[in-house]
Design a protein. Structure first.
Ligand SMILES: Cc1cc2nc3c(=O)[nH]c(=O)nc-3n(C[C@H](O)[C@H](O)[C@H](O)COP(=O)(O)OP(=O)(O)OC[C@H]3O[C@@H](n4cnc5c(N)ncnc54)[C@H](O)[C@@H]3O)c2cc1C
Length: 410
């Protein structure tokens, strides 16, 4: 059974996502070939309200809160265009954080933070604010950003280079992690910064030219002495060290991305079934669906799909349950949550790659042609394992260290 939404906000989001599939698919091949960003898809996502999924209903949004339903909506969008699915996911990851901070501010009665959060979320719901999330830098990792935030008389100066900045061609705000000095002279701190697109010193590199996800706009961004006001940088912990908040944020910001790769697998299966019914060969007296080799491949696809769906459903349902009962878990629980996410990510990605490959076998040589949707999906699905956290070279070590009770490496 395909993933289905479990909450009212989730149903609204998934219904909207499903309504976008056909139009996004119709545009996908052209943008893939050109390596261009499908801005029209984001016009549609603004109009439909999908960009405001995490905004509370009273601020004009869809009121989505469930991580499981978020990943289900991303899965549906990916059936139309995987590049748009990962691009939307980045924006939703940051806006979900803003909505969570607003709930915290409301609980504390912090009027200033409430006004800031409501202002941002109102702009998100109306489609005026699109936010991309960038952590990746050449030669380092998430916990050890080399992009610096240096205090100035009236705020901060941000300098560095970020790569793989998905959705940046249409975003108007970058959310990024930075290294900052500790105000009390201790070890350097990790911080999160908001930098408006167009801030003097921000230089988008227009260099995205990749094997797959070619319409995701994941260009590099250079920041040279970008000046932002005091409230634009939030210090969240010691540079190079996990703490529960940063670790949960890393899990919550990325787990739904797995949905995009499940969506690719779902679409590949649809194409395989259609191809098996449509393609005829004399030796089978009609459609190749009558061939046992094709039937076995489709059986393998469905078995792999069942494992992938179950794994993502289980991990995201567990996160929803955890957040409902223990929204601020300790470090050990947060590592357990990251471990579950890593297990689901591995299971979905490995199965999705195999499913697309088998779907190509079913559809035959035609699927190898550049114009065939499966050949694009074959390239797009290969992006999944690279998505941090963690890469294939790191993920199993992380899970294994947790199993052994050893401190995980960042
Ligand atoms: C399709 C796609 C979308 C992504 N979107 C985001 C995102 O929105 N935000 C985010 O923070 N991360 C994003 N990532 C990055 C991802 O999470 C990983 O961090 C990234 O794949 C590198 O991880 P790695 O550990 O394998 O690094 P490594 O492969 O060890 O490091 C990346 C290396 O790539 C080399 N490189 C050279 N030129 C470039 C270039 N122009 N672009 C990229 N790399 C270059 C550099 O040498 C660099 O050290 C995206 C990745 C992909 C494939």
């Amino acid at each position: 059974m395909q993933l289905e939404p479990t909450t009212a906000g989730g149903r609204r989001f998934v219904e909207i996502a499903e309504a976008h599939i056909e139009a996004f698919r119709a545009r996908a091949a052209e943008h893939d070939r050109a390596g261009s960003f499908p801005s029209e898809n984001f016009d549609d996502l603004r109009k439909s309200g999908a960009v405001g999924a995490f905004v509370p209903e009273d601020l004009g949004g869809l009121g989505l809160e469930s991580v499981q339903d978020w990943s289900t909506g991303i899965e549906r969008i990916a059936r139309g265009d995987p590049s748009t699915a990962i691009a939307l996911n980045m924006h939703l990851a940051v806006s979900r954080n803003v909505a969570q901070s607003l709930r915290g501010a409301q609980a504390r009665g912090d009027a200033e933070a409430i006004a800031r959060g409501e202002g941002m979320l109102g702009a998100v719901a109306s489609g005026q604010l699109l936010i991309c999330a960038t952590a990746t830098e050449p030669g380092t990792d998430f916990l050890r950003p080399n992009t610096t935030a240096t205090p100035t008389a009236d705020g901060w100066s941000i300098s560095g280079r970020k790569i793989f900045v998905t959705m940046s061609p249409v975003a108007n705000l970058y959310a990024l992690n930075v290294r900052a000095p500790d105000p009390e002279g201790g070890p350097d701190r990790m911080g999160f910064a908001f930098v408006p697109v167009g801030t003097p010193g921000v230089v988008p590199q227009d260099d995205w030219d990749a094997l797959g996800m070619r319409a995701s706009g994941s260009q590099s961004i250079v920041l040279e002495d970008c000046r932002v006001p005091t409230g634009s940088v939030q210090l969240v912990g010691t540079w190079g060290e996990w703490n529960p908040g940063v670790l949960m944020g890393r899990t919550l910001g990325n787990v739904s991305l797995i949905g995009a790769f499940l969506g690719i697998a779902e679409r590949a299966r649809e194409l395989a079934v259609a191809g098996a019914r449509k393609t005829t060969k004399p030796k089978y007296d009609g459609a190749i669906a009558g061939a046992s080799g094709v039937q076995h491949l489709l059986g393998e696809i469905d078995i792999a799909l069942a494992a992938a769906r179950a794994s993502l459903r289980d991990a995201t349902a567990a996160i929803d349950t955890l957040l409902a009962h223990n929204p601020e878990p300790d470090l050990e629980t947060a590592h357990g949550c990251m471990r579950d996410y890593q297990c689901a990510k591995w299971t979905v990605n490995q199965n999705a790659i195999g499913i697309v490959s088998r779907a190509m076998d079913v559809c035959g040589g035609g699927a190898f042609m550049s114009g065939h949707e499966l050949s694009r999906l074959y390239r797009d699905v290969r992006a999944g394992p690279f998505m941090q956290p963690f890469s294939p070279t790191e993920a199993r070590e992380y899970v294994g260290r947790i199993a052994l009770g050893l401190p995980p490496k960042g």
